[in-house]
Design a protein around this ligand. Sequence first.
Ligand code: AHR
Length: 551
Amino acid sequence: MAMQRRDFLRTTLAGAGALVFARNFSPAEDAAFDSRIEILLDETLGNISPNIYGHFTEHLGGVIYDGIWVGRNSKVRNVDGIRADLIEQMKRIHAPIVRYPGGCFADSYDWRDGIGPAAQRPTRTNFWVGAEPKDGPDKHRYEPNEFGTNEFVHFCKLIGAQPYLAANLRSLPAEEFYRWVEYCNSPAGSTTLAHVRAEAGYADPFAVRFWGVGNEAWGCGGNFTAAEYAVEFRRFTAWVPGYGQNLSFVASGPNGDDRDWTREFFTEIVRKGQDQLRGIYGWALHHYAWNLSRGRTQDWEKGKGDALQFDPVDWYELLREGERVEDMINGHWEVMGQIDRDRRVKLIVDEWGPWYKPGSAATPSDLLEQTPTLRDAVFSGMTLDCFNRHPDQVAMANCAQLVNCLNSLFLAHEDKFVVTPVGHVFAMYAGHQGGQSVRTVFSAPSITYDRDGKPASFWGLKGSASLRGKSLLLTAVNPHVSQAREAAIVVRGASVKSATVTLLTDPDIHAHNTFAERARLAPTSKELPIGPLLAVKLPPASVAALQLELA
Ligand code: AHR
């Protein structure tokens, strides 16, 4: 066995890295490892935008009402009506940015309904009414507008995050978009809308920089062709006053991986000249890993798997689906680059996560709520590592959705609140925000497994690393359902003074936290011995964060 491991390392480590390994480990020591992680400090990839650790909240099911907003008179611990547990946890993970109010809801929403005195706010039919479970609370079907722009921006202030507002391009005119910007950003005392804002207790401008101009314009955002949407985008974003704020507009990207949509949009945008690209900060990609049918169907309902009941083959299938985001990033970036030669426009993955069939909700009446397991933690770690490795392309990403929904960090109902494994991953990875991404080389045996009678494979170890001064954060996932990896760590260009590893894992790949068992899955930390070698054991089905202090 030891022989095979050594052989494996010799073959996979051919090239420049092998020399480094040979310098650090004797043959006897090399037999102790089956994997290697090499960190190339002098190969920097770019600065990791804190905003790739962003979140997404929509007026959908229990996300806003119950998840975030409990109301000022609630018995649930709150700050100005906002769930206190959530505020505390969002501060813990250093949440940088939150997208709101949708999703599909955004293109049905009149922002004016959500401002002004609470008693005067209208009740409207929620976009999601048709999908709501029969026993869903009224507030989820008929939008009471208790929570609107003021409350959302206040939530962002309380947690220290920036707001990212998604404007309605399908059902409101461009003028209403300008007015929403005016309401948020015009200086105290300057406009009628600034007075309305001040009457609500917010004299100072909200200074909202990020604006999504529609959402999924190919579908619920207007059913446009890419060229039609490009014309609308140009019109909506032409000469919007910023009020001293450098407005950053995000355009709605493709349905899944549809590269033709990207090509058609950019082709149409520059029909008025290359300068038009200056008006686009970001190009939105959405990636949901939903089809676990292993190629049997493309049907949106039939293709989904179960969040809690799954076999190892479903575990790998989800990760394979998640892995596609890297291809999307590279593919759309390449298409954009054919037109955006100066690389003005960045990628914004403003919805991502697994999407399972209904049935695993902690609060069964919450639409689209699912219970994340260890599988979703590995998925999330893997996805965040991918974003970290693309710092020059990905400027923002928003996990869908923050609470009581798809890949939620938190589940909440009345006075119950729990951090999911996904929430723990965000805490473990928070130190990457703003760090300098450095190139890593992971070498590990590939995983082979049976996929409907045919052999399939998946990579054995992957991750990312970032540097801040002398502190190096290395994160990685071991996706193997039953085998640990013994990894040697080589930091090229520095020696390591101290190392701590934090692990999230469990012998049961289905492990998850519930209201009754809130800490079934929680990270544990320990120091690693520093000797001539640095090594770590990565248990099966684990997410790891290693904090290394360099000399
Ligand atoms: O996150 C749920 C929905 O998924 C969003 O509203 C929409 O943008 C996407 O299709």
